[in-house]
Design a binder for this molecule. Structure first.
Ligand code: SAM
Length: 270
């Protein structure tokens, strides 16, 4: 296990079912077998995969049957320890104990996954998705979100929920909804419905880097009610936007992915 130094164990980690859910870590454990099947079979057999937040292992156990290698990233020491014990018998299982926001990029670099999956902790799913979508994976991603965040990612220009994440997701991926799950599919049940999204790489070469696009949408969506010209005041002029074939009076949520890449290139040349 790769880890910050492990503290001595105070919990009985012999059985996952004995471990209580920690709300601060967004722990709502999936109990719907059909959902598990649908998530796991979205990955092909013998893939190199990462699972974020395995918890007690609703998805992990089935993934272990299919994957060539499975690397799990888990912040909760109790679950990281549990999976480290299992890894002693399973050479294709690797454990990274840590905060996924801090360890994701290095873990991807080290294990070169084709697929990433996980029932994501709701409290960090926005910033985590921004990081995840920066990786152009060969296979794709199967990720569970609370419905509202899933809708933001899938939203089209013109919709109220369209925003930075909707643009970033399109940089490398097509996104489609695989599943809608009611609170009762989890223990303890969350307050809201959940969705599972499938991210499939579209294979097009993006016209700008992910980092520049991210910087641009952050600035461009800073004030949703302002025009795009006002959001870039001091950096880009009305003439600049007209040259890009963009109406400077448009609001950020009216602009599609292609327009955002044109703004990114002009903004990065400042
Ligand atoms: N995969 C399990 C399931 O579907 O039943 C658990 C999913 S639960 C919604 C989220 C999991 O992510 C928990 O195991 C939690 O401990 C873990 N987690 C929460 N915050 C995390 C973080 N910042 N980094 C890594 N894991 C985290």
């Amino acid at each position: 296990m790769i880890t910050a130094k492990l503290r001595p164990m105070h919990h009985d980690t012999s059985s996952p079912s004995k471990l209580k859910a920690n709300k601060a870590l967004g722990q709502h454990f999936l109990k719907d077998k059909h959902a598990v099947e649908k998530i796991v079979t979205a990955l092909p057999m013998h893939a190199r995969a990462i699972e974020i937040g395995p918890g007690p292992g609703a998805i992990t156990e089935s993934l272990l049957q299919r994957a060539q290698t499975l690397t799990v990233i888990e912040k909760d020491y109790r679950f990281a320890s549990l999976w480290s014990e299992r890894a002693k018998e399973l050479s294709h299982l690797h454990i990274v104990h840590g905060n996924v926001l801090e360890v994701l990029n290095d873990t991807v670099k080290q294990y070169q996954p084709e697929w990433i999956t996980g029932n994501l902790p709701y409290n960090i799913s926005g910033p985590l998705t921004a990081q995840l979508t920066s990786h152009n994976l060969l296979g794709g991603m199967v990720l569970m979100y609370q419905r509202e965040v899933g809708n933001r990612i899938m939203a089209d220009p013109g919709s109220k929920t369209y925003g930075g994440l909707s643009v970033l997701a399109r940089h490398h991926y097509h996104v489609k909804r695989l599943l809608l799950l009611p609170p009762g599919a989890f223990a303890p049940p969350p307050k809201v419905h959940s969705v599972v999204l499938l991210f499939t790489p579209h294979g097009n070469t993006p016209p700008c880097s992910f980092e520049i696009l991210q910087k641009t949408v952050r600035k461009g969506f800073a004030h949703r009610r302002k025009t795009i010209l006002n959001n870039f005041k001091g950096s880009l002029s009305a003439e600049d936007f007209i040259r890009m074939d963009i109406n400077p009076k448009n609001r950020p949520e009216q602009l599609g992915y292609d327009a955002w890449t044109r703004i990114s290139m002009a903004y990065s040349n400042q």
